[in-house]
Structures are given as structure tokens and as C-alpha cells.
Design a protein around this ligand. Structure first.
Ligand code: F6P
Length: 549
């Protein structure tokens, strides 16, 4: 594995610093040059990615590629694909890319035939899903399963939810999924409401099978099931027919009372936030079927192959990751918006928040040194056009730089007219208009030419030069969804590699979990534990006790 290089000591970093010092954005100039645009319109699998509206010309781009060279991004990429232990703090390989290798591929890592293992579990998951979909798998009273409830949190929830929403047109009628994640009992209370236990199947999804929220919700759902099935139902038989699990910890699955014949494993070399294409996607397999899930995996793989083999200039994840470094470390951006013009992608920004921020929200390099530069932006977003009527004002005229990715599809998921015109065309016109408005803005003279009163001219002027990347594809198919997710996985990887951080651990979530366990007795009235807390925490707990009713 490559050594940790402090990127801020490289010649390319110094060059980028120099370029940033005198950088004068000129998106109007860039976009007047058809060759400039054509050279920055790249293809990755089925995605067409237009980088021309970014605040970067040839000099900046060359310096960014030089930076990638100096910190050996390509060597680190190759180390990841080969299964080297690039997750150094956990001494693990990082092999989510192996989850979508075709069965004909071969990869042996740490003595394990990874491809054979992946396909063995996939085939079992596909077979199980088909039994549920066909009605062959029934609940304990012999009734067909109508609702699948995935119990999981973080990577064991966000990916399946996002994809379940995104692939709504591909779902099987008569079979719905619900997702319980939050330990707030409201979540389980609402999701269980109206369900018939006889036709409900629970999937307990947890990589570690040790996550407080998931185990608590699993126990809650087990109690609900046993309380609500017809009296006299054998509890062991009920759990065996209504509970399955997905985990790397099959011993803990057995301890919970779930038959390991109905458990689907994965491996410690799959990070939670990179696991939706493992058996963690079981709810999705049941919803959309094995062929569509396999198409999604093929889409992931197509993007993996692009990232692994495309030359640097044409490599979309590399170029997008490097642009994010430019904005973060040289132009002062703190956030990055992802704006899908696709209602079906309404959970995509939330999914990306875990992927990007749990991966790159780190302050030390993989050699243990504290970084002396910013890392991980705040990713956020909402679908257009809703966002246009909420937060776009700040992107257009605010004082902060917010690079934004716009995502749209040529063909609509639902082709509808308003009587006169194709509504999807109107929708896409908004997509094109927004990226144009952000780039070009409107000068004071242009505002004056519209006859606006002089005292209102400055308020109605748009500065422009607001950077965007436009990602388009023919349609939101399972394959295209896989490509999009893999694109962002690899963008995240590139940024982490430049910053020299371990994008695959998440130690930062541990402290809060530990303190919650320590505090718990105080919440339930243990005065001694309460007295150990700081004044603010004591007062918050007291408020709860006084108002809990
Ligand atoms: O919040 C930390 C985390 O470990 C995530 O990385 C992970 O996706 C989530 O908790 C759930 O973990 P598990 O799948 O082990 O229940």
C-alpha cells in the first residue's frame, strides 16, 4: 500500500494554491467555447457527465490531476480493487466492488475465493426472495407474505430505502416493504400500524448484529408478532417463519433465535455504508426481483470498470472527486449539494450523506497524523423542482460557494401530460434553466435593460459563476441506479485518497453510543449515575423526569 503523503506538501498543492490566489471564474467564457464544453462532456457507462460548468479551466484541471499523481490515487485505487487492507485502522480489505463482480470473475483475498462466496450468498438470497414473491414462503399460519419489514439503521437501512423508492416502478404488486430504523418508538409504532402479523416478514439487517437500535427494534417486533398472532401459535415456529437476518455475525443471529438457515451472510470487507448491494439489499431483492437486482449490480460493476480502467482525463469519478478537493481546499466550499431532478431519487441525498460524511469526516490521516487542511464536505440536497422553492435562493445569490450536482433522466418514470403538454419536458426545462442561471447569472446592466428601478437593480442582480455538474442518463433503470451509486462511492474514495484519510472506518460514531449506555440508568432514575453527569446533562435529564408524565 502507498505511504500516507501529506497532500499539502506536494508541488501540485502549491500550484493549486497559486492558481486559487488569482482565480477569476468565467463560466460565461467557458460556455461560449463549444470545444471547451465538448472536452468536458464525459461518458461513464450510461451516464453522460457535463463538467463544463465547473470553476476549473485547463490549468486547474492539470494541477488537480498532478495532485492525484503525487499522492498516488491510482495505486490506492488498485490496492482497493486487489483486496489489500487499505482500511488500516481496522486492518481490513475494502471490497464492496467484489459484491458486483460477475460469477465468471475470480478474486482471492486473504485465502478466500471472494467471488464464489459472494455468488453463493446472492443465489441463496435470490432463491429466498423468489419463494416470498411467489407465495411459496408463507407465514406460520400458511398465509402469503404481503409486507416485508426491514429492521436496520445507517448502512443497513439507507441504501435499501433509497433504492426501494428509486425503483418503485419495478416493484411487484401486492408486496410492500417498510423500514424501521430509529430507536424512537414512534418509528416502529407507525410502521407496524395496520400490519397483519400473519402476512408480515421481518428482515433484521445488521452487519455487526450488535447495534442498539436494530436489536431493540427487532425485540420489539418479535414481541409485537408473538402478541398479535392467533393465540396458541408456537413462538419458535412463528419466529422461524417471520424472521430472517442479514449479518456478518451469524452466531449472534442464532442467539437472537433466528434459524441460521434463514440468515444471509456478508463479510467484514464490506463497509456498512457500502453494503446495499450485498444481502443487506434483501428487502429490495424481494421487492423488485432477482433480475432487476442483478441489473443493478451490473450497473455498479460497469461504473467500477470505468473507474478502474478509464484514463485519468476521462475518468469521471476521478475528475469529480478532484473538483470537490479544489472546491473544498482551495475555493473555500464547505458543502456540496446533490439535486436530483427525479422524484424517485428523493432519498438519494440522505443516502449520500452517510456514504460521503461517514467516509470522509475524518481529521487524521491513515498514518495517524492530524490533517492540516479541510476534509469531508457536508453533502445535502432535495429533489428539484422542490428545492428551487426552498433553498436555491442561497445558491443563486447567497455569499457561500455551493458546488452542486444536478441529476436528470431523459425518459420519465411516469409519462403524464397536463392536458396540453408533456410535464416531463417542463420538468427538464427547469433542470436546464437552473444550471444555466447559476452559471450565467444576470448582470446589473441586463437587469436595467429590463426596465427595473435603479434602487432594485442590485437586489435583482445574479452574480453567476456558481458551479454545477450535470449528470444525465436515458432513464432511471436498476442499472443506472447502480452506476450512480458506484459513481459517488468512487468520488468519495478519490477525495479520501487525496486527503490521505481512511474512508472506511467510522470511529467517530462510537463515543455517543458508549455514553448513551452509561447514561441510560440516570434517565431511568438512578440518582448516583445522574450525579456523575455534568450540570447541563443533569438538568436535561431532570427536565425529562419532571415532564415525562
Ligand atoms: O453508525 C455507525 C454504523 O456502524 C454504520 O457505519 C452502520 O452502517 C450502522 O452503524 C449500522 O451498523 P450495523 O449494520 O452493524 O447494525
Amino acid at each position: 500500500m502507498s505511504e500516507a503523503v501529506d497532500p499539502s506538501t506536494t508541488a501540485a498543492w502549491a500550484e493549486l494554491d497559486r492558481l486559487a490566489g488569482s482565480y477569476a471564474p468565467d463560466l460565461r467564457g467557458q460556455l461560449a467555447d463549444a470545444d471547451f464544453v465538448a472536452q468536458r462532456t464525459l461518458t461513464a457507462a450510461d451516464l453522460r457527465v457535463d463538467l463544463s460548468k465547473n470553476l476549473a479551466g485547463a490549468e486547474v484541471e492539470a494541477a488537480l490531476l498532478a495532485l492525484a499523481d503525487e499522492v498516488s490515487v491510482v495505486a490506492r485505487r488498485d490496492a482497493m480493487f486487489a483486496g489489500q487492507h487499505i482500511n488500516v485502522t481496522e486492518d481490513r480489505a475494502v471490497l464492496h466492488t467484489a459484491l458486483r463482480l460477475p460469477a465468471s470473475a475470480s478474486l482471492t483475498v486473504d485465502g478466500q475465493d471472494v467471488v464464489a462466496d459472494v455468488h453463493e450468498v446472492l443465489d441463496r438470497a435470490y432463491a429466498f426472495a423468489e419463494r416470498v414473491r411467489s407465495g411459496e414462503w408463507t407465514g406460520v399460519t400458511g398465509r402469503r407474505i404481503e409486507t416485508v419489514v426491514n429492521i436496520g439503521i445507517g448502512g443497513s437501512d439507507l441504501g435499501p430505502v433509497m433504492a426501494y423508492e428509486a425503483l418503485k416502478p419495478y416493484r411487484q404488486d401486492g408486496l410492500t416493504c417498510r423500514f424501521i430504523s430509529n430507536i424512537d418508538p414512534t418509528d416502529a409504532g407507525q410502521k407496524l400500524a395496520g400490519l397483519d402479523p400473519e402476512t408480515t416478514l421481518f428482515i433484521v439487517s445488521s452487519k455487526t448484529f450488535g447495534t442498539l437500535e436494530t436489536l431493540t427494534n427487532a425485540r420489539l417486533c418479535k414481541a409485537w408478532l408473538l402478541d398479535n398472532l392467533p393465540s396458541g401459535t408456537d413462538p419458535d415456529a412463528a419466529v422461524a417463519r417471520h424472521f430472517v437476518a442479514v449479518s456478518t455475525a451469524l452466531d449472534k443471529v442464532a442467539d437472537f433465535g433466528i434459524d441460521t438457515d434463514n440468515a444471509f451472510g456478508f463479510w467484514d470487507w464490506v463497509g456498512g455504508r457500502y453494503s446495499m448491494d450485498s444481502a443487506i439489499g434483501l428487502s429490495l431483492v424481494i421487492a423488485v426481483g432477482k433480475d432487476h437486482f442483478a441489473d443493478m449490480l451490473a450497473g455498479f460493476h460497469a461504473m467500477d470498470e470505468h473507474f478502474r480502467t478509464a484514463p485519468a482525463e476521462a475518468n469521471v469519478p476521478l475528475r469529480m472527486g478532484l473538483l470537490n478537493v479544489w472546491y473544498t481546499n482551495f475555493l473555500g466550499a464547505h458543502t456540496h449539494a446533490v439535486l436530483p431532478y427525479a422524484q424517485l431519487l428523493h432519498r438519494f441525498p440522505a443516502y449520500l450523506q452517510q456514504l460521503t460524511m461517514e467516509s470522509n469526516g475524518k481529521g487524521v490521516r491513515w498514518d495517524g497524523e492530524t490533517v492540516g487542511y479541510d476534509t469531508g464536505e457536508v453533502f445535502w440536497g432535495e429533489p428539484g423542482t422542490n428545492g428551487q422553492h426552498a433553498f436555491y435562493q442561497l445558491i443563486h445569490q447567497g455569499t457561500r460557494l455551493v458546488p452542486a450536482d444536478f441529476i436528470a433522466f431523459a425518459r420519465p418514470a411516469y409519462a403524464l401530460t397536463d392536458g396540453d403538454s408533456d410535464v416531463h419536458e417542463l420538468f427538464l426545462a427547469n433542470f436546464f434553466a437552473q444550471t444555466k442561471a447559476l452559471a450565467f447569472g444576470k448582470t446589473a446592466d441586463e437587469v436595467r435593460a429590463e426596465g427595473v428601478d435603479e434602487e432594485l437593480v442590485s437586489a435583482r442582480t445574479f452574480p453567476g459563476n456558481r458551479p454545477t455538474t450535470s449528470i444525465m442518463a436515458p432513464a432511471l433503470t436498476p442499472s443506472v441506479l447502480g452506476q450512480l451509486i458506484a459513481l459517488y462511492e468512487h468520488i468519495t474514495f478519490v477525495q479520501g485518497a487525496v486527503w490521505g484519510i481512511d474512508s472506511f472506518d467510522q470511529w467517530g460514531v462510537e463515543l455517543g453510543k458508549q455514553l448513551a449506555q452509561e447514561l441510560r440508568p440516570a434517565v431511568s432514575g438512578d440518582a448516583a449515575v445522574a450525579a456523575e453527569q455534568d450540570a447541563s446533562t443533569q438538568s436535561l435529564i431532570r427536565y425529562y423526569q419532571e415532564h415525562r408524565g
